[in-house]
Ligand binder design. Sequence first.
Ligand code: ATP
Ligand code: MG
Length: 654
Amino acid sequence: MSSENTANPTYPPSSDLVANAHANEATYDAMYEASISDPEAFWGEHGKRIDWIKPFTKVKNTSFEPGNVSIKWFEDGTLNVAANCIDRHLKTRGDKTAIIFEPDNPEEPAQHITYKELHRRVCRMSNILEDMGVRKGDRVVLYLPMIPEAAYAMLACARIGAIHSIVFAGFSPDALSARINGSDAKVLITADYAPRGGRQTPLKSNADAALLHTKDSVKCLVVKRTGGQTTWVDGRDFDYNEMALEADEFHTPAEMNAEDPLFILYTSGSTGQPKGVVHCSGGYLVFASMTHEYVFDYKEDDIFWCTADVGWVTGHSYIVYGPLANGATTLMFEGVPTYPDASRFWQVCEKHKVNQFYTAPTALRALMGQGNSFVESCDLSSLRILGTVGEPINPEAWNWYNDVVGGGRCPIVDTWWQTETGGHLLTPLPGAHATKPGSAMKPFFGVQTVVLDPHSGEEIHTYPCEGVLCLKDSWPSQMRTVWGDHERFEKTYFSDYKGYYFAGDGCKRDEDGDYWITGRVDDVINVSGHRMGTAEVESALVAHAKVAEAAVVGYPHDIKGQGIYCYVTLMNGVEPSDELTKELRTWVRTEIGPIASPDLIQWAPGLPKTRSGKIMRRILRKIAEDDFGSLGDTSTLAEPGVVDDLIENRMNKG
Ligand code: ATP
Ligand code: MG
């Protein structure tokens, strides 16, 4: 249901949802106010949502002061994260399904792993890792498919107190060895092969290649996913499946300090060289579990599905740690949205009666381009809440998600956050807020977002306004440092605007106080003195019926200072033509105004994206500037061939 105002339509939650949600508008307002006015009291209370071995007496000890940045939460408490995600549920939820595993091949049966089974598996993995010499504080790199063993391995590390660092299985041997060396890891856990979209990535042979460039002492634990052929180095390689048969199924979880690191995870590399983000045990788990419960309005018997890979922070917080800390049933999907065909996501929702579905705009745009029949052939009546993360969602994709996938019944939570933030910072709550297509809406409890004037660095208090998005104070799951480089941490996030955490993104705040992410600050373009977020022009392009996806960057323009350069991917079956170029120009002029008129439109069969599906605009900027020689760090690029094609097209245009 949409309100009268068509310029900025709002979608209020149904009265049923409001009545039953964890938070309605009044609850949100009261809790938010309490969390800001007295963070000590608020988090002192909500910190108790997880189990502590030794309860904390100190809540918050944080400083954003340049040269002295330090972030500590619950610093004298001790706990074990794995025990919170498993052991504490055994009495009441032992036979409940913790993990549903849906394999790549739809013919292969799904698995339902109960909390009891999860406990056995994780204990065995913990004992195996200890036998291999892993101790508290050691680093373990995971390079695994989306299989339950990935969750076992994460939780086994947490149980021992070892620090995991997951490398997405699509990365190359080079990226893998860099991350093994970067953290001086003792053990690499991998699989023989990773089935994905009907193909098999030879993970073990990639691992072999990576291990040529690491210390000889690094050991390799191999999960046999397919049983396919691999080479084997005796003394270095260990067979997980064989060892798990023998391993003891009991293991005593280590007592960890709240501030002991839980994991290292690299950012996506959209804007430059990836940063090794460090997250710690206590505050991270409190915030991941609390956001999972409130943002998805999670209830005890729900089936929760986050489609991210565990190689990204979204997978860490909302496939594994948040849901399992809450005793939820979480779905792990090994495959891709388009295999065997573009209805796979929806078939999985139907098959497992998914209640909350959480995905990325890039997946939605790709599926939207395939037409509605793939969605309409599935029964999606179990869905209650839809979520999105990773990039600004264009209103066009939002509306499609809302109408076609959600049948107009399901609130969409557009969650803005980062690897660095550990959990959601801006998002609507389903029962509390009337959503707006394209808006990430409100700060979560305890989150003090502010809009700064990019030039003066002063806070803007008026509404509506636009500027850079910063955080005025800490929240429990804030990253603590860059692994091995605290200086880079301070420099990257705390030096541009003194006393604030600078997210790197720009935003608008509308008359209702709702936030709209306008994209990376680096992506703002200045056309004849008018500052413009590229997201806005992209949204206008994607709103055209023939456009599937678009990326917009600025390039040097003699008269305007910067011109608007658009890379456009057309819908399946649509042919590029000069008429279409004209049509799109007129379209954007009418949608936004003459100032936003595209100067150049290049047809792009594919766009350069990170392996987590984000458009790498910095590369597109270089191509638009005819600067092909220095594309920067491309190690996290999903399909390098796309870049070569774009360069070739650009050169042909002259
Ligand atoms: P790097 O920091 O290495 O350049 P990255 O910023 O893409 O890579 P992530 O931590 O995976 O690494 O992504 C966080 C960024 O993703 C945010 O800063 C923001 O730009 C974007 N983002 C995430 N969620 C949203 C959202 N809901 N709306 C708009 N943008 C989002
Ligand atoms: Mg970033």
